[in-house]
Design a protein around this ligand. Structure first.
Ligand code: PMP
Length: 346
């Protein structure tokens, strides 16, 4: 029996998202935070494992709503924002438009669900190509547009003015993915929710020290939340994750301190990388830095030989690697290794 032939054509052609573990000493490849919340995990030990979790994640949504000055009815919880991307596409369908390069899951999930992905290349400054996007909006009439700002893997925020034009001219839903917003110097799009009913903001706890919990959330008009909630699996966020997230979010000071450290380290890394001959770092509003080298495959392999794992993204941004901001020690080791590798080459 040929199992593959039973699979939908779209899925046959898909390649799974590569999240294999590569053994390393210093892990700077996945845009996680180097700081965790062990105390929050201890305080979650009281959960009743024999009961299903709160399907509405009431406490968690309440805390998120309070922090965002929103109402819980405007918030929908996901098992990571990955799951919410899935739910959004399952709810509204395609075509699904997004600039490229960007976060790969918009394209992967569109294909998995049999919806048409429409990728529009960014301009030379990694900003949105407004003309091309608006013309694709007219031609394709996308049901969904995903704008990751700050964008992964380029690290920049898109021009707010261009984003507003896109939101204003779209006849579908526009999702502004603010996974990296905590690290950005820009304001973000939450205040725009009152002016645009087709706007959805997507956030995650993954980048601020809670990646293991798998918690993402949408903020949008209740009408959108109610529709997406119809496709949500009943107990999508487990009890342990809910409890740890609630405990961690109470520790505002710890959260803010870790974000501040990442931002300070980001500027230190950026200037150090800029001084290395043969390295071109791009300015970042996120917790990672995109950088160009002459031979990304060789540099990636040499770093790994020294135990340091970064992400090779040369297939989507030619000549580029992406390094996550780690602890001060990890970053110093990375910089030292990069200096050694590139000076050995000359
Ligand atoms: N959006 C963007 C732009 C991302 O880079 C990532 C993670 N790499 C996600 C969403 C997914 O985050 P989560 O861990 O919440 O699924």
């Amino acid at each position: 029996m040929d199992i593959r032939r039973l699979v939908r054509k779209d899925v046959q052609r898909l390649r799974a998202y590569n999240a294999t573990e590569v053994p390393c000493r210093i892990k700077l490849d996945a845009n996680e935070s180097p700081y965790g919340f062990s105390a929050a995990l201890r305080s979650a030990a009281g959960i009743s494992t024999n009961r299903y979790p709160d399907p509405e994640a009431t406490l968690l949504r309440g805390i998120l709503a309070r922090d965002l000055a929103a109402r819980p009815e405007n918030i929908l919880q996901g098992n990571g924002s990955d799951e919410l991307i899935y739910y959004l596409i399952a709810t509204f369908g395609g075509p699904v438009l997004f600039p490229t390069p960007t976060f790969s899951m918009y394209g992967i999930i569109s294909r998995a669900l049999g919806e048409k992905p429409v990728g529009i290349p960014l301009d030379a400054k990694f900003d949105l190509d407004l003309k091309k996007i608006l013309s694709a909006v007219r031609k394709e009439r996308p049901k969904l547009i995903f704008l990751s700002s700050p964008n992964n893997p380029t690290g920049n925020c898109f021009s707010a003015e261009k984003m507003l034009k896109i939101i204003g001219s779209s006849t579908g839903i526009v999702v502004v993915d603010e996974a990296y917003q905590p690290f950005s110097s820009r304001k973000g799009f939450l205040p725009m929710l009152k002016d645009y009913r087709n706007l959805v903001i997507m956030r995650t706890l993954s980048k601020i020290g809670l990646a293991a919990l798998r918690i993402g959330y949408l903020i949008a008009d209740t009408e959108i939340i109610e529709e997406v909630n119809k496709v949500r699996l009943p107990f999508n966020v487990n009890a342990l994750s809910q409890a740890v997230a609630v405990a961690a979010l109470q520790k505002r000071g710890t959260l803010e301190r870790s974000v501040r450290s990442v931002k300070t380290e980001r500027s230190r890394m950026f200037s150090a990388m800029g001084k290395i001959k043969g390295v071109r770092p791009y300015p970042s509003e996120a917790n990672f830095i995109l950088f160009q080298v002459e031979d990304p495959v060789a540099v990636h392999a040499s770093l790994l030989k020294k135990g340091i794992l970064v992400r090779n993204i040369a297939d989507v941004v030619p000549g580029c690697l992406r390094v996550t901001v780690g602890t001060r020690r990890e970053n110093s080791s990375f910089i030292r290794a990069l200096v050694t590798i590139l000076s050995a080459k000359v």
